[in-house]
Write a protein that binds this ligand. Sequence first.
Ligand SMILES: Nc1ncnc2c1ncn2[C@@H]1O[C@H](COP(=O)(O)OP(=O)(O)O)[C@@H](O)[C@H]1O
Ligand SMILES: [Mg+2]
Length: 417
Amino acid sequence: MAAMIPIPFLQSRTARILAEAASKARIAILLAQTDPSDKGRILYLNSHMEKLCESSGEYLMANHRMNDLLCQNNTGQRILRTPSGKNIPVDVVTCTIPIETPPPLLYYIRDISEQLHTERQLKGYSENLERMVRQHTRKLSTTLESLKETQSQLIQSEKMASLGQLAAGVAHEINNPLGFVKSNLGTIRDYFEDLFEVIDAAEILENNLTSEDARKRAMDTLTRIRTRIDLDFIREDHRAVISESLEGMERVARIVADLKNFSRTESPDAESTDIQECLESTLHIVWNEIKYKAEVIRDFEPLPRVLSSPQKLAQVFMNLLVNAAQSIEKQGTIHLQTRILENSIIVAITDTGSGIPDHILPKIFDPFFTTKPVGKGTGLGLNISYNIMQQLGGDIDVDTTPGEGSTFRVHIPLREP
Ligand SMILES: Nc1ncnc2c1ncn2[C@@H]1O[C@H](COP(=O)(O)OP(=O)(O)O)[C@@H](O)[C@H]1O
Ligand SMILES: [Mg+2]
């Protein structure tokens, strides 16, 4: 039981009531002397203090002072040192009680060992949690890396697949100039033979200049040959035949270069890009898909070079151009428009094809969504194109009217190279 203290106030009825209440508190309460001559003497303590110290109030008051019961450890934590040598971490609140001069000090001492224990446990949990989060984040980022890798492989294989589908058309585009160049070479060979005949006759004439008779015969032969081979026509035509052949060879060289560029595997996402050239070179590759179906109308605004990926843009343009051509059943037009709008370059590809019905529109960018028969569509074109544009920091959107046609708009960020 708490002891009674020889301070007049503490003998009072109020004090007894307070002491009675304090005896039931689950917090240690003490009153200690502050007078320098008797500093730290315990005047009163409640039963919770006795419990904490595992000693009776009389014993504590007789043998201890506040300064040897309360101290601080090296981390600054207040400690209650019990007579049996236990160190209990505590929270201490003090206030003076003006019942005497100097006023004694009232201590509220709360055992916080359980709270500290819980805090330590919580800290352990949270460190554990942080470690787990770090581990998962590491795992997630490797997964993300491998997903990115898979995505770029997917983009590459879609490109190769669409090239595969276009291969016959591309072969045709190459075959056509090859055909006329071959036939032109035949013509040139004939021209050469005729010219050598003229040269031979001229040589004979040259060797027979002295005999009047022989000279006349040689002259007749030369005139006959000249008339037969129509030298004037050869003179005119050979230029046309040769320049047509050169132009044909240039077409072949160009399409081979376009193909080589298009199928390049390593392509940085940020190189100096001429968008119009990229569009033209893609048109070349898909020309055979378009030329029987649509007239292509160009409406190009002069564009600055931008930092982007010509390979990836070409893949997007190819998908949109082939889709546009495929949407036209018989004959139509494909409008190509380039514009600068705020911070983007817009490439709009408008067809006069079937348009896209409302119930299909929300699905066209989904992977594997196609309305085309096997062999014509994989359903990957728009999905891949959309992903490419996201990668390049741009976008694709579409406007369509069923029965009239569609406009696909590619937004390319205007970044200076
Ligand atoms: N220009 C267009 N006009 C009409 N429909 C289109 C057009 N472009 C795309 N679509 C529709 O979107 C679908 C998905 O296109 P895409 O992803 O390129 O796959 P695919 O061309 O292999 O079918 C097409 O099957 C078609 O129904
Ligand atoms: Mg397609």
